[in-house]
Design a binder for this molecule. Sequence first.
Ligand SMILES: NC(=O)c1ccc[n+]([C@@H]2O[C@H](COP(=O)([O-])OP(=O)(O)OC[C@H]3O[C@@H](n4cnc5c(N)ncnc54)[C@H](OP(=O)(O)O)[C@@H]3O)[C@@H](O)[C@H]2O)c1
Length: 288
Amino acid sequence: MLVTGATGRVGRAVTGLLIEAGVPVRALTHRSEAAATLPANVEVVTGDLTVPESLDAGLRGVSAVFLVWTVPPATAPAVVDRLATCVRRVVFLSSPHQIPHPFFQQPNPMAALHADIERLIVAAGLESTIIRPGMFASNVLSWWATAIGADGVVRWPYGAAETAPVDDRDVAAVAARTLYEDGHAGGDYVLTGPESLSQAEQVSIIGDVLGRRIRFVELSPDEFRSETAGSWPRPVVDMLLAAWGATIGRPAFVTSTVFDILGSAPRSFRQWVTDHATAFIESPNLPS
Ligand SMILES: NC(=O)c1ccc[n+]([C@@H]2O[C@H](COP(=O)([O-])OP(=O)(O)OC[C@H]3O[C@@H](n4cnc5c(N)ncnc54)[C@H](OP(=O)(O)O)[C@@H]3O)[C@@H](O)[C@H]2O)c1
């Protein structure tokens, strides 16, 4: 199997789980220096999704691909065509853009790209399994760890907006299962964490787990735009603001799919924080 995004959050865990399951794995990276960060017993190939012909060596002899798309859309048609000539099956890391919950129905260029790639996969006649996680629990590391480490004050908009953060390890476990177990061709799996939690509640859970008082300071959308200007891409900020704003007053969309496929409960947000507490503690400028 070829795992793309193998150095990323989900693909790295998928690679590990496939190795554990005894499945021969080839891991793709477009940076040769990243190979050293992958397990020694994995075959690493270099290839770049923006240069479709660079994938040929990695695709040779492969029966299925885990596809993670984080590059611009231009080369998606050529890449999917190439997959269709070399492999039978694709497990694609997408998003729940078709779910009629307001959180997932806001303008979102990434979701539009996911939908396009799904159409390409169908048109190419590939067998597919579509994995649709909601918000990753791990997003909070890049959002809040620095502020928590610096002064324990999280300045953020829409504290009341609820999401159901899903643990990347559960996303990876479902993806790996659909790669090595029969019966998932045509599968379309929306994955969420087990509970709907407001963003302010998520911050408070982090404080509880770390044993520190963390203050949540509510920003207006415009204050958030100006505080992230220059450090966050504006389309990402607008996409998040639209999704959080639209979900106010509604619980997050929660599914039982992780349990249905793995037979074990999805990890809670508290569990994710507990397992990653050092990442907050080790963040820069932590007051003693
Ligand atoms: N964050 C969320 O809440 C969320 C929710 C639902 C869906 N998703 C989707 O999940 C996907 C991201 O997954 P992730 O978080 O596991 O990824 P990630 O940690 O952001 O890692 C990105 C991966 O893309 C690879 N990559 C970057 N440029 C590449 C290129 N030119 N050619 C080949 N590979 C390239 C990187 O590998 P190298 O640099 O080593 O090549 C890396 O492994 C996105 O499609 C996102 O929309 C995210």
